[in-house]
Design a protein around this ligand. Sequence first.
Ligand SMILES: Cc1cc2nc3c(=O)[nH]c(=O)nc-3n(C[C@H](O)[C@H](O)[C@H](O)COP(=O)(O)OP(=O)(O)OC[C@H]3O[C@@H](n4cnc5c(N)ncnc54)[C@H](O)[C@@H]3O)c2cc1C
Length: 368
Amino acid sequence: MQEVLVLGAGYASLAFIKSLSKEVLQAYSFTLVSQSYQHSVQVLLHDVVAGLPGCHALSLTEILPQGVRFIQDEVLEIKEGVVLGQQQEHPYTHLVVGLGFASESFGVAGVKEHAHTLSHYKQCQDLHQQLQKALQASPKPLEIVVCGAGFSGIELVGALADAFKDKVRITCVEAMSGILPMFVPKLAQKAHKYLQSLGVRLQVGAKILECLENGVLVEINGQKEQIGADFVFWTCGVRGSPVIENSPFFKSARSRVEVNGFLEPVGLEKRGVFVLGDCALLKDAQNRPYPPTAQLASQMGAYLGAHFKSVLVNKPPKNSFIYKPKGTICSLGTHYAIGQIGGLCVTGKPALWLKKTIEWWHRRALKL
Ligand SMILES: Cc1cc2nc3c(=O)[nH]c(=O)nc-3n(C[C@H](O)[C@H](O)[C@H](O)COP(=O)(O)OP(=O)(O)OC[C@H]3O[C@@H](n4cnc5c(N)ncnc54)[C@H](O)[C@@H]3O)c2cc1C
């Protein structure tokens, strides 16, 4: 009997499972192993930290189709034919890896010890509780430093500024000369102005040298400077799951496995193994890696699910995977967003509405 093992219950793995035909689900054995019984809506983790309302996690019982067995376990290592979990071993004939991301420190000292990262729903709920406690205990506004002005850093800054208003003073520190480099300058500047209007200090051109117990040490124009903080958040980048690094079965760099157009690990002799989402490194036609996003993870999962019937009978799929980016929307709290859809720029309420609609579609697609 073919034993298909799916690791992780994120965007990639669930898009894979939801794209399998009834026929395939009935003919083969599918088991999903994940550390939590919930699907965490990772793209909203900043809202969980800030305590903003919304649907941030869904129970897998609402999502998984009949016939997919769920085992709650923490994956430790992937080997040929078997996955080692904290609780038990999981044998497989076919394997789909969708274990997501971990924070990347880029070797900056003190990140692990003194900075908070956003990794999953429960951990972000705990962070929110810590923030609430600190706010209650503090007679003056809390000083918060967010390291990194990329997508997740700016969404976190916007959510915190919106949720806590004058109870916090937020500084966002960024080494580059501007924020949100993935957007056209006109949109990034709008976001910059909006955040300033909320009282956020955007310290660009500041290289972070170290995270300290009470702030960060930065270098601005060749001068070292300390920025004090009660809370430091680190959102400077991600790498793949540490499980990849712990698995010599794969060749990897920064815990990501390079995959070919069929989403199989490059250089792996064993057939029937696929790596998706943030654990995978897929290059575009110019040989540049695609940035890891939920959009890419979902499209990878949907592609593999649609072609899995031929995979199971050892036929290569007719077409290789082609990523079709549909646009990007960055929220800055609950009142403002910026977005770029193809050549079209959207800001304010229309961008917010689009973001909410995308989230609604994601939830609906999972529950169908
Ligand atoms: C704050 C923030 C905002 C973002 N906003 C956007 C956005 O607007 N748009 C966008 O496209 N992308 C966004 N992203 C990126 C996006 O969240 C990721 O690219 C996406 O979640 C990757 O999907 P995935 O399926 O690879 O992994 P994930 O969705 O992270 O899922 C990984 C799964 O594996 C499980 N798992 C992990 N380790 C183990 C283990 N050892 N054992 C068992 N189970 C395990 C997890 O519990 C989870 O179920 C954002 C990220 C952050 C942090």
